[in-house]
Write a protein that binds this ligand. Sequence first.
Ligand code: FES
Ligand code: FES
Length: 190
Amino acid sequence: MVQFRLPMLPHPDEVEWSSIVNGVVTSLSVDSNSILLDVLRDQVGSLGTKRGCDMGTCGCCSVLVDGEPRLSCLTLAIEVEGSSITTVEGLSDGHHLSPIQQTFREFGGSQCGFCTPGFLVVISALLSENQRPTDEEIKSAIEGNLCRCTGFQQIVDSVREASEILVSGISIEDSTLPKSDPHPKYMEDA
Ligand code: FES
Ligand code: FES
């Protein structure tokens, strides 16, 4: 009797991968079929990059590749080898939140927060190209991102306010200045 056997899938090759992630040169061995989302979360440790649908429909996994938004769940890591990759962790300036991070906090752009990294990354790309987007341009920029909490209006409001900060150069508040460590090791740090 003839026996049929399903061939085992070959194990992918390991390849050397090097890119600049949030300004840091990052070199790793990755599977040749690894998606960027897995490399960022599991190997780089960028847990701000969220896995939502894993099929290109929610926008949670958005990152910037050379300044352009990309869905990391649909991008092979080797496709973007050598690029400059920015995740949500790379948007702030040290302890100082970027304008869109400030306004998301102030205007309710984030509630449960799961979708937030994807929105922040995509909106950062919009504002770096166009500091005065119209509502239509804002909606068009975020049309690939889904949020189940906010109803979207607070997100649009947050983008408008971030635009005001960028154009006027005036921050809405000083509360993003570094704060004293709430859990100081030494009394002089308190
Ligand atoms: S996880 Fe990538 S689009 Fe949903
Ligand atoms: S804030 Fe909860 S899904 Fe967007």
